[in-house]
Design a protein around this ligand. Structure first.
Ligand code: RP5
Length: 171
């Protein structure tokens, strides 16, 4: 197995149904990653150990997901020199998702967390790939191809819509 470049961490295994979208897109783009549970509240020592050492292990980007009082992304960002992408999760202890969003988004000056939309783990994976792609030609090309595929999918839709007409168009 190759050394992982991206680390996907989450506060609980209950976050996995959301966070696995980051793993899926990284796999699709051919980027080696690791994935595990680290809780800022329940395993603070493990979080410290991770954040102090991730860059020494060759990790380039951290994707951190958490719900409710979502302190994991911010606390990891407070220690690691690596870029941290935060994924707010609408979890069982989240009121409506805003608690998770604001906990991850509203970081103080000096400690940024690149926060994606609620449950948007796929976008976190894509953003991580784009960061890796700035210094890796193969990943850069995979990102270019991914964008072309997005445009192609929309082209198929508007061509069909224009052909069939809006009255008869069904998705
Ligand atoms: C957060 O609490 C976790 O990230 C998760 O979103 C939420 C609920 O955790 P569990 O009680 O399901 O383990 O820290």
């Amino acid at each position: 197995m190759n050394t992982p470049l991206v680390s996907i961490i989450m506060g609980s295994d209950s976050d996995l149904p959301v966070m696995k979208a980051a793993a899926e897109i990284l796999e699709q783009l051919g980027i080696d990653f690791e994935l595990t549970v680290i809780s800022a509240h329940r395993t603070p020592q493990r979080m410290m150990e991770f954040a102090n050492n991730a860059h020494k292990r060759g990790i380039k980007v951290v994707i951190a997901g958490a719900g409710g009082a979502a302190h994991l992304p911010g606390m990891v960002a407070s220690i690691t020199p690596l870029p941290v992408i935060g994924v707010p999760i609408k979890s069982s202890n989240s009121i409506d998702g805003w608690d998770s969003i604001l906990s991850i988004l509203q970081m103080p000056n000096g400690v940024p967390v690149a926060t994606v939309a609620l449950n948007a783990a796929k976008n976190a994976g894509i953003l991580a790939a784009q960061i890796i792609g700035t210094s890796d030609e193969k990943v850069l090309q995979a990102n270019i191809d991914y964008k072309a595929a997005l445009a192609d999918a929309v082209k198929d839709k508007y061509e069909r819509l224009e052909k069939i007409g809006w009255k008869d168009y069904r998705k």
